[in-house]
Write a protein that binds this ligand. Structure first.
Ligand SMILES: [Zn+2]
Length: 368
């Protein structure tokens, strides 16, 4: 049955551009679902239940008001019930998904419709990953690890995804893509972390450092947590001569704070429940980050779909994209940006480049 679905001849029974229109409409519909993922995944809500509702008034959006693109335009970007503005992002994500699906179909649909559909799945994942990473500096495991698993499974059903005719060869290429893609980024991450991943701030002996709700207060400056924590695993580490939180106090203990966990000595706390911590110390070690573990897993997903060549291209080209985007942002608004820039969207853009010309570019460069 699957062989039929992924056979170009099956699709050729209907005019090609009938499918082009269908794929665009499908893309917009999927985009509507991606909006739900982008909004709910980072805050840990289910993506299937409850059905679409207005985040402001909880108004349950009926099916006839939940039509991609058209609804947003018809309601002029406002909730039908409470008139609260609905972000333009909803419209943009729907349109973007439609255009991306159509682009993939036009490039790959005629000869390898099966591979085209697989690429649509991957690009849908890119859109969710990019928007979430851009806002929250994380890429959910559902997208990265889930994407790697889906890519591997699809390689079995659609060997043309890896220019293979046999499933065994396709699976092998997907496997190496996952291993090499994730492996290289992990290696870079470890090396970068080793050389640049931490910095030590030396204070005057016995300085008092306050950990507040939004950041830390040193004798000479205040630093918001969002400039220190890039990933959930990032930690601020210090040795406290004394520490005090609420009624409790400690003497000469190690203190370690991550966005999700506070460790004082042997004890662990949820940082949310400790709004105020005061320590006396003379130095602290703070994290510095270029890429995170999320990028490693993200690259595994890309390797699963593209093989190792595509993963390597995506990684190398992502640095070019990164430099270009940073430059454009700087020109648009000099000095107006923090040092925090998520890396996931660059990888996603670079990997999309692999689909639209990157593959040919590399072949031309290697064999010209
Ligand atoms: Zn509403």
């Amino acid at each position: 049955m699957f062989n039929n679905v992924f056979d170009a001849n099956t699709w050729a029974a209907v005019p090609f551009h009938f499918w082009s229109v269908a794929i665009f409409v499908l893309g917009c519909g999927i985009g509507s679902f991606l909006n739900v993922c982008i909004y709910r995944m980072p805050i840990g809500e289910s993506i299937v239940w409850p059905p679409s509702h207005c985040p402001n008034c909880q108004y349950h959006i009926p099916w006839y008001l939940n039509i991609p693109l058209l609804t947003w335009v018809a309601l002029r970007g406002k909730c039908a019930n409470c008139a609260q503005p609905i972000s333009f992002r909803y419209f943009a994500v729907e349109l973007l998904t439609g255009i991306v699906f159509l682009g993939v179909w036009l490039a790959y649909g005629r000869h390898t419709p099966g591979a085209a559909l697989c690429y649509c799945v991957l690009l849908a994942g890119f859109i969710v990953a990019s928007f979430i990473d851009f806002e929250h500096y994380i890429i959910p495991d559902e997208i990265t690890l889930g994407g790697a698993a889906v890519g591997f499974i699809l390689s079995f059903f659609v060997p043309s995804l890896h220019h293979a005719t046999k499933a065994s060869l396709s699976l092998e290429r997907s496997f190496w893509g996952i291993l090499i893609g994730a492996g290289i980024v992990y290696f870079i991450l470890r090396v970068a972390k080793f050389f640049l991943g931490r910095e030590t701030w030396v204070l005057a002996p016995d300085s008092t450092v306050l950990f507040g709700e939004n950041g830390i207060k040193l004798p000479d400056k205040e630093v918001p947590f969002e400039d220190l924590f890039y990933r959930k695993t990032d930690a601020i580490v210090l040795r406290a001569k004394s520490a005090r939180a609420g009624e409790r106090s400690w003497e000469n203990v190690p203190v370690r704070l991550t966005p999700v966990k506070l460790t004082i000595g042997e004890e662990q706390f949820d940082p949310e429940t400790v709004p105020h911590l005061e320590v006396v110390t003379s130095e602290l070690v703070v994290p510095r980050e270029a890429m995170g573990l999320g990028d490693v897993k993200f690259m595994a997903a890309i390797g699963a779909f593209f093989g190792w060549e595509g993963a390597l291209f995506s990684l190398m080209f992502s640095s070019v994209v990164g430099v270009a985007v940073t430059g454009i942002l700087y020109l648009a608004k000099p000095g107006g940006h923090s040092s925090r820039i998520p890396y996931g969207p660059y990888i996603a853009i670079a990997a999309t480049g692999w689909l639209f010309g990157g593959k040919e570019l590399v072949q031309w460069w290697l064999y010209r």
